[in-house]
Design a protein around this ligand. Structure first.
Ligand code: IPE
Ligand code: IPE
Ligand code: MG
Ligand code: MG
Ligand code: MG
Length: 307
């Protein structure tokens, strides 16, 4: 990878500490602001929601929100609602993804999947509840700082990324591609929708809230789209060669006959595609200064991650 003087700094960026510090802060704030006491009636539902939300996720989407805010000179407090909303939607997607009707998995974030603990009905409803609660943080975006128009645009970005043209649509394509040898174009769409969309929204929603210039939004969009693809290719690779640290069932894709970058390109080919997507993504940040080092480092973490 060609390094420019400007972006060399990210190579020494301590991404592990960055993720950890932001995750701890994020979890504390979110619990205080947007989650009720788990004993609230009906407590099986409140417990199920928190069981999955507060388990040990990497919090990559929130970290992308914070790093984008940093690149645009916005404080992380101001984008916390976007991070919270997207993580609620992400966790809803994980709970449903693991259900017997979908991937039928037993392990998630190093613990039994939601339906294994709370039963299928409550797991479905806990996912639904997380999706409806995901609107609440967005209503708490500071209206003394940001215009109502840009807040409404944020809602559009987040919910478009969630719905039939985003994660949910991608999950349907994923299920319909099981046991099929789909063309590359279809596979690209599947990855862009099921995983790329929410990752892209983490960056784009912040840029929209900050009312960044169109060229800036475009560059950030190119970065986020590339990183989103690299993220799911990495996930496909880890499903084959991941260790216990991935905290979920290894070999689940092969067992289900999933269409993945590994099934399409083979393991080495998938790794090349992952690297290509990453390089393309980081190039999009060339016009950004050191303020984007956290974003660059996150991109690097996403391709090289072991969990
Ligand atoms: C897993 O996402 C599901 C995909 C979209 C690939 P993550 O790898 O971000 O899962 P957590 O949040 O860290 O558990
Ligand atoms: C998940 O894709 C995409 C989601 C929207 C959750 P996978 O089914 O590959 O995710 P994991 O491997 O179970 O986390
Ligand atoms: Mg799945
Ligand atoms: Mg799955
Ligand atoms: Mg997977």
């Amino acid at each position: 990878l060609k390094k420019s003087i400007l972006n060399e700094g990210y190579m020494s960026f301590d991404i592990t500490s960055y993720l950890k510090e932001h995750a701890t802060w994020f979890e504390e704030k979110v619990k205080e602001k947007w989650f009720d006491d788990p004993e609230t009636d009906p407590s099986s539902l409140y417990k199920a929601m928190q069981y999955s939300f507060f388990s040990s996720g990497k919090r990559v989407r929130p970290a992308l929100c914070f790093a984008t805010a940093e690149a645009l000179g916005v404080s992380r407090d101001h984008v916390l609602p976007i991070a919270a909303s997207l993580e609620m939607i992400h966790v809803f997607s994980l709970i449903h993804d693991d259900l017997p009707a979908m991937d039928d998995d037993d392990l998630r974030r190093g613990q039994p999947t939601n339906h294994k603990v709370f039963g299928e009905a409550v797991a479905i409803l806990a996912g639904d509840a997380l999706l409806s609660e995901a609107f609440m943080p967005l209503l708490d975006i500071d209206r003394e700082v940001f215009s109502s128009d840009s807040i409404l645009e944020v809602v559009r970005v987040v919910m478009t990324a969630t719905g039939p043209k985003g994660m949910i649509g991608g999950q349907v394509i994923d299920l319909e591609s099981e046991g099929e040898s789909v063309p590359l174009e279809r596979l690209q769409k599947l990855h862009a929708y099921k995983t790329g969309a929410l990752i892209r929204a983490a960056v784009l929603a912040v840029a929209v809230l900050a009312e960044a210039k169109p060229e800036t939004v475009q560059s950030l969009d190119r970065f986020a789209t590339g990183i989103g693809l690299a993220f799911q290719i990495a996930d496909d690779i880890l499903d084959v060669e991941g260790g216990a640290e991935i905290g979920k069932d290894v070999g689940s894709d092969l067992e289900k006959g999933k269409s993945t970058y590994v099934s399409h390109f083979g393991l080495d080919g998938a790794k090349e595609e992952r690297q290509k997507a990453f390089e393309e993504a980081v190039k999009a940040l060339d016009s950004f200064g050191e303020g984007a080092n956290a974003l660059r480092a996150l991109g690097e973490f996403i391709v090289n991650r072991k969990k």
